[in-house]
Design a protein around this ligand. Structure first.
Ligand code: BJW
Length: 257
């Protein structure tokens, strides 16, 4: 069987399972936004962490050591995120929400699922669109609230501490309510779709594992094998922007929509 035939067969079977699902969780990572022009982290050669040392940029210690350097790097990245638009993969997931009961659990900070029209999105690693003070006493700021510039990190308008992006850096705990809800939904869903994640960053990576251990069917979408490919019921090899629209079209066909 050719690769294309194998994908078509698996895709049909996965769509059949999805079409009769009661509760679906979609777990996404950087790969789902790659076709929107946003870099992944760990792809050899092109991932962000292949070009930059995460310990110099994505830790509280790095920010305390050189806030201006880290701030400028985040402002550059957030500028790219602001210019990006949802791709066919994001739009397919928003369309799937109209067919089945679905929650997206994302590690991404780019907000592209929401911009595509998905309503129930849990952000496990924070958001590029929110800021807080380093002491975390004051949260929920936009960049306009803190009058930020691209060059120097602003100060908290309420306590004077440095402002930082409200994203989860290495060694930091995830937002507790978000992680708790994600794991609860994973335990209770009957289908979990993992898209565009290497599956190596914990504790977020437990979401698909929890669903699998609770008996859910696991669909994994990725151009390359990832941490879930072997445990998945269906590994749909290909980019999210191509595989997801085909998968959702097939669900629609089976539902007679
Ligand atoms: C496509 C595609 C296309 C390409 N379509 N797909 C040793 C063992 C286990 C754990 C640890 C350990 N040492 C340390 C830890 C803990 C650590 C961790 O997990 N580290 C591992 C990396 C080893 N975790 C933490 O520190 C977390 N906190 C924590 O554990 O708290 C408890 C604690 C507290 C105190 C002390 C100790 C513990 C926090 C993790 C925070 C992660 N933060 C980041 C940065 C966010 C902000 C920012 O953007 O700057 O989150 S790192 C980065 O990785 C980002 C992502 O959300 C996250 C996951 O990456 P993702 O999405 O999977 O991307 P990639 O690049 O890995 O994969 C992309 C995939 O897409 C690939 O598979 C491609 O093939 C695929 N793809 N094109 C579909 N078109």
């Amino acid at each position: 069987m050719s690769g294309g035939d194998r994908l078509a067969t698996s895709l049909g079977a996965a769509a059949a399972r999805l079409a009769r699902a009661r509760r679906v969780v979609v777990y996404t990572g950087a790969g789902v936004s790659k076709e929107s022009g946003i870099s992944t982290f760990r792809e050899p050669g092109e991932g962000i962490w292949a070009r930059y040392d995460p310990m110099q940029l994505a830790t509280a210690e790095a920010y305390a050591r050189d806030p201006a350097f880290v701030w400028r790097w985040y402002m550059d990245r957030f500028g790219l995120i602001d210019q990006a638009a949802p791709n066919p993969g994001h739009h397919a997931l928003a369309a799937l929400e109209r067919l089945v009961s679905l929650t997206i659990v994302t590690q991404n900070i780019d907000g592209l699922h929401q911009r595509a029209g998905s309503h129930d999105v849990i952000e496990l690693h924070g958001s590029a669109h929110r800021y807080k003070c380093v002491g975390e006493r004051h949260t929920g700021f936009t960049l306009a609230d803190v009058s930020g510039s691209d060059e120097a990190p602003p100060r908290c308008p309420r306590c004077g501490d440095l402002i930082r992006p409200d994203v989860v850096w290495f060694g930091e705990t995830l937002p507790a309510a978000a992680l708790e809800r994600a794991l609860e939904l994973a335990s209770g869903c009957d289908v979990l779709i993992a898209v565009g994640t290497s599956g190596v960053v914990y504790p977020a990576a437990l979401v698909p594992v929890t669903a699998h251990q609770a008996g859910a069917a696991l669909i994994d979408v990725n151009p390359e094998p990832d941490a879930y490919a072997d445990m998945a019921d269906w590994f749909l090899q290909g980019p999210g922007g191509e595989v997801l629209p085909r998968l959702v079209d097939e669900v629609k066909r089976r539902r007679g929509v």
